[in-house]
Design a protein around this ligand. Structure first.
Ligand code: SF4
Length: 323
């Protein structure tokens, strides 16, 4: 069956259209020896065509190991850049080049260079949610899954952590022997969850456990039974001894949780964020028609300058070794 969609004017697709398009995407992936990687926050219909679904760390590993000719990365821009840096001979395609991460854009390479001059004795640690230009300026990268473990191992007393102040503060509380200087960036969707909203959910569901992503505000983190990365939340929420789990992270994760353990009830906050939605709007900028069209025409290739790739690879590889 051939599929034809008005891709410039995306509209809601019917169930049959989605199924047809998913079949076409998988057929193209096989013909072109392409691997499709999708972040947990992607739309369900996009997750369903992926070879692998995961968080930043899991997908970085998959990207580094794959021998596919093409990597279609369904996530935000810094994730595609990381895939290209780790596997530069592959063609990496990003179904929506407009989908960046607002938090990653809160710090620039120039700002990192200036901070280096102020703190020449510090080790610079960047969350993986940074641009390739910023990664090229730092000593090591971390994800929310491995940050405390890696930072404990670093042979330095003073740590500059960027860009996420919430994640940085959570790490600092677990590594009290080190001094932290935190950049004041934040993840708009996570930082906008409030302690009041979590308290209301706890009152409404007193039997529920609370799992929180460390990009949330410290007052929200204080209310958690469990704090962890997206993949750690998946393990906790699907196996914890409780019928209900209040999950304070991006709502796209609900799909994975329900698939992994449909016996439990997963409750997500319903507050609107900076773009007037309950989800991360840049993550949801990847749509199934965009995945299809990107792979069919092999467009939206991620291209980075050689010297940036070379310099950005070192902190990422150091992270993979240390974790
Ligand atoms: S959820 Fe936050 S950190 Fe993730 S892409 Fe969206 S803005 Fe960036």
């Amino acid at each position: 069956m051939s599929v034809s969609f008005a891709l410039s004017q995306e509209r809601d697709l019917s169930v049959d259209e989605i199924k047809d398009l998913q079949r076409e995407v998988r057929k193209l992936a096989e013909e072109k020896n392409a691997v499709i990687l999708a972040h947990y926050y992607q739309r369900p219909e996009v997750q369903d065509v992926a070879d692998f679904i995961g968080d930043s760390l899991e997908l970085s590993r998959r990207a580094a190991e794959t021998d596919a000719d093409i990597i279609v990365f369904c996530g935000v821009r810094f994730m595609c850049e990381t895939a290209k840096i780790l596997n530069p001979t592959r063609k990496v395609l990003h179904p929506n080049p407009e989908s960046g991460c607002p938090m990653a854009d809160m710090v620039t390479a120039e700002q990192v260079r200036m901070l280096r001059q102020k703190h020449p004795d510090a080790v610079f640690v960047a969350y993986i949610n940074t641009t390739a230009d910023v990664k090229a300026e730092v000593d090591v990268c971390v994800t929310s899954a491995n940050a405390p473990k890696i930072i404990k191992k670093l042979d330095a007393k003073k740590i500059v952590f960027l860009p996420d102040q919430a994640l940085g503060g959570w790490i600092a509380r677990q590594v009290p022997e080190k001094e932290f200087i935190l950049w004041k960036g934040f993840c708009p969707p996570h930082f906008e969850f409030t302690a009041g909203e979590v308290m209301r959910l706890k009152e409404r569901y007193p039997d529920a456990k609370v799992a929180v992503h460390p990009e949330c505000h410290p007052k929200v983190i204080e209310l958690a039974d469990f704090v962890g990365s997206t993949s750690q939340i998946v393990r906790y929420a699907t196996t914890v001894d409780a019928k209900r789990v209040i999950v304070i992270t991006e709502v796209g994760l609900k799909y994975t949780l329900q698939k992994k353990n449909p016996e439990k009830e997963y409750i997500f906050p319903e507050s609107m964020n900076y773009c007037g939605t309950v989800y991360c709007c840049t993550m949801k900028g990847i749509t199934l028609p965009k995945v299809y069209e990107t792979l069919r025409r092999e467009i939206n290739e991620v291209v980075l300058p050689e010297d940036i790739m070379e310099r950005a690879r070192r902190p990422i590889e150091r992270m993979l070794q240390l974790s």
